[in-house]
Design a protein around this ligand. Structure first.
Ligand SMILES: [Zn+2]
Length: 256
């Protein structure tokens, strides 16, 4: 069944946003997985449905609450950026220090990382931006496994050169392109990508030409459970953050 949120997202070109039925399925699988791994899921989350959450402000781990929050952010962001009529760029950022050992994902200071990104963008003349932080599990050739955090977002009114100059992140063997800046040619899809709820294991390998590369694989069940436990401990929407704009009801407006 197509609901209101999906209809609105389809109108801006996002016709494959997750359905409420998909979320119901994922929620059920998540709860069973957490219990299998001996991890706690609150009674409130077990009561959540696509129509109503078990408590007023739900958690980011709840598929229904997360879907609503991300969908609404994409819709509001789409309106905001369209109204601004400024050059837009898609940005992806990783830092060598944005890591956590397996088992310590929830200890990572993701709010500190958000503050760092906002401070660096404050050095540019960017009009505004909408970001989200996510984690992936890196498995390196030397046997090292660790969670690596990345920030994705869309920014308005700033040049690629300005972004690189203010972020100043050197490339390393582990991350040859710590800052990626791409043009925005499909705003809805790129906003959707930046706000996604998707996590993978990124396995390192040596390509035929000798370069180190990464290939994506599904997470092990225990890693997935750790990742969901992290999200279940965050308020819905806590991974998303706004720069020089704020929520005004269902709208986003630039802070002048
Ligand atoms: Zn919920």
């Amino acid at each position: 069944m197509i609901d209101k949120l999906q209809r609105k997202l389809a109108r801006i070109g996002l016709d494959r946003f997750e359905t409420a039925a998909y979320c119901a399925d994922e929620q059920e699988k998540m709860i069973a997985r957490q219990e299998r791994h001996g991890l706690h899921v609150s009674r409130a989350v077990k009561r959540c449905t696509s129509r109503e959450c078990g408590r007023e402000v739900c958690v980011d781990g709840c598929w229904f609450a997360s879907r609503t929050h991300r969908g609404e952010t994409i819709l509001a962001g789409h309106d905001l950026f369209n109204d601004l009529d400024l050059p837009l760029l898609a940005v992806s950022i990783v830092r060598e220090t944005w890591v956590a050992k397996p088992g310590e994902l929830a200890l990572f200071d993701h709010q500190g990382a958000q503050v760092w990104v906002k401070r660096r963008f404050a050095e540019t003349n960017a009009t505004c931006g909408i970001f989200s932080i996510e984690a992936s599990l890196n498995a390196d050739l030397d046997g090292r496994r660790y969670w690596l955090f990345g920030v994705h977002g869309i920014v308005a009114g700033v040049t690629k050169a300005d972004i690189h100059e203010s972020l100043r992140i050197p490339s390393t063997e582990h991350s040859r392109t710590p800052v990626r800046v791409d043009p925005v040619n499909n705003l809805a899809r790129q906003l959707g990508y930046a706000q996604k709820r998707f996590v993978q294991e990124r396995r390192q390998y040596r390509a035929e030409n000798g370069q180190l590369r990464r290939k994506n694989f599904p997470l092990r069940s225990s890693d997935q459970a750790e990742h969901d436990a992290w999200l279940l401990g965050l308020e819905a929407g806590a991974r998303a953050f706004l720069f020089r704009c704020r929520r005004d009801g269902s709208k986003l407006t630039v802070i002048k």
